[in-house]
Ligand binder design. Structure first.
Ligand SMILES: Cc1ncc(COP(=O)(O)O)c(C=O)c1O
Length: 421
């Protein structure tokens, strides 16, 4: 089998930067995997890696879960695309509705990107307003309304974070600061009555992992209600990651629209937006807000989703918390011996480590961390057969396929690496 280095040379002539999603790329070249099993990825040369990236979140059961494989193999025989409704979508939707209290009706899409894009259009149509409030460092997919960052100076309006996005788009997006109530008050005062939707990741997973202050989410719920804006929770990462259901029910906050993705598709492409019936009824063909997709609710994604949620329904998330606790303690013990300041943010089955700082509670804190140090650790661990998320601003995950031995081996690898120097 060709090596990753050889394959990367070839892929660089076919794909911009040699990859099909920029987050997969790291220097000197990304690893090309050919198989995955349990907690392991296996590269083209047969080397195994304990996987903490887990497909950027979806693979909470680990790779090649037997129930999932069996269900998918059966569905391949039964048909992969009908272009009609199927009972599978009802089965998956019922599981979701019974485990996420704010979702009364929903629509499946093929990705989280599509789902947030349609959720924003729906909120604008429902409220008859144009402005969106998002948060610096929050990622909602790669469409134009998501790729907006803070504007200059004290301006509340954002600016495009990619060329090719018209300023007419960014002028409809306000950018707030996560966990910063002080700055939000003025923003609502100035623009509140024009805001259609407040969209956020309730736990930030795309600036590393950042947890919400207790008051922050409550405040946003209150302000959205007071000003007549819809509150959209983007739970593409957080849905079914910490419990069987969404993060919102862990903290008792009911958004108007919820976006899900990743885990609900068990590793196949998926997204979903859903919420109150009076809002969702505006979606076509019941209503006029257009949304469509050739592959939406396709039988394979639905099947993988059903198998995944059926397994998770019976799973003990406490097992994940326990393993994560061991990993965080082990990492902390090793790092303490180095004298390098660090902090690890973690929740149930998700974590990220930041260097050069002892607290990351905001996007600004995350930006100040030493991402070069993170990549140094990432590459060092990679050599020892550990595949962490390949970027400081991603989140690491553990799955039900991980075990205590994986955790011990990972801590041991870090210790060896640090002591070697
Ligand atoms: C919070 C969040 N929303 C939306 C998306 C976009 O999902 P997708 O990559 O399926 O388009 C992502 C992807 O990482 C995400 O993390």
């Amino acid at each position: 089998m060709p090596s990753s280095e050889e394959l990367f040379r070839e892929s660089s002539r076919l794909f911009p930067g040699g990859v099909n999603s920029p987050v997969r790329r790291f220097d000197p070249y990304p690893l090309f995997m050919s198989r995955a099993k349990g907690s392991n990825l296996i590269d083209t040369e047969g080397r195994a890696y304990i996987d903490y990236c887990l497909g950027f979140g979806p693979m909470i059961l680990g790779h090649g879960h037997p129930e999932l494989r069996k269900a998918l193999q059966k569905q391949v025989d039964a048909g992969v695309l009908f272009g009609t409704p199927s009972e599978l979508e009802i089965t998956l939707a019922k599981k979701i509705r019974s485990s996420v209290t704010s979702i009364e009706e929903m629509r499946f899409t093929n990705s989280g990107t599509e789902a947030t894009m349609h959720a924003l259009r729906l909120a604008r149509a429902y409220t008859g307003r144009n402005l969106i409030l998002k948060f610096e460092g929050g990622y909602h997919g790669s469409h134009d309304y998501s790729l907006i960052r803070s504007g200059s100076g004290a301006l509340n309006f954002g600016s495009p974070s990619s060329p090719g996005i018209p300023s007419q788009v960014s002028s409809t997006v306000l950018v707030g600061r996560y966990n910063h109530l002080g700055t939000l008050e003025r923003l609502f005062l100035n623009h509140g009555k024009d805001i259609a939707a407040v969209i956020l990741e309730p736990v930030m997973g795309n600036a590393g992992l950042i947890l919400p202050d207790a008051e922050f989410l409550k405040y946003l719920r209150q302000m959205a209600s007071d000003y007549g804006a819809l509150l959209i929770f983007d739970e593409v990462i957080t849905g079914y990651r910490f419990r069987y259901g969404a993060f919102q029910d862990m903290v008792g906050i009911r958004p108007d629209i919820t976006v899900l993705g990743k885990i609900i598709g068990g590793g196949l492409p998926i997204g979903l937006f859903g919420g109150r019936t009076d809002i969702m009824e505006l979606v076509s063909p019941h209503g006029d807000v257009y949304e469509a997709g050739t592959f939406s609710a396709n039988p394979l994604s639905m099947t993988a989703g059903i198998a995944t949620l059926s397994t998770l329904e019976k799973a003990d998330y406490g097992k994940l918390s326990h393993m994560l606790g061991e990993l965080v303690t082990g990492f902390s013990d090793v790092m303490q011996t180095t004298g390098v300041p660090f902090t690890i943010n973690s929740l149930v089955s998700a974590f990220q480590i930041f260097f050069g700082t002892d607290k990351v509670n905001t996007y600004d804190d995350a930006m100040k961390s030493q991402k070069g140090k993170y990549m140094e650790i990432f590459l060092g661990l990679l050599k020892k057969g550990i595949y962490m998320a390949p970027g400081q601003y991603e989140t690491n995950f553990i799955s039900f396929a991980h075990d205590d031995e994986d955790i011990a081996r990972t801590v041991y690898a870090l210790r060896e690496m640090i002591h070697a120097g």
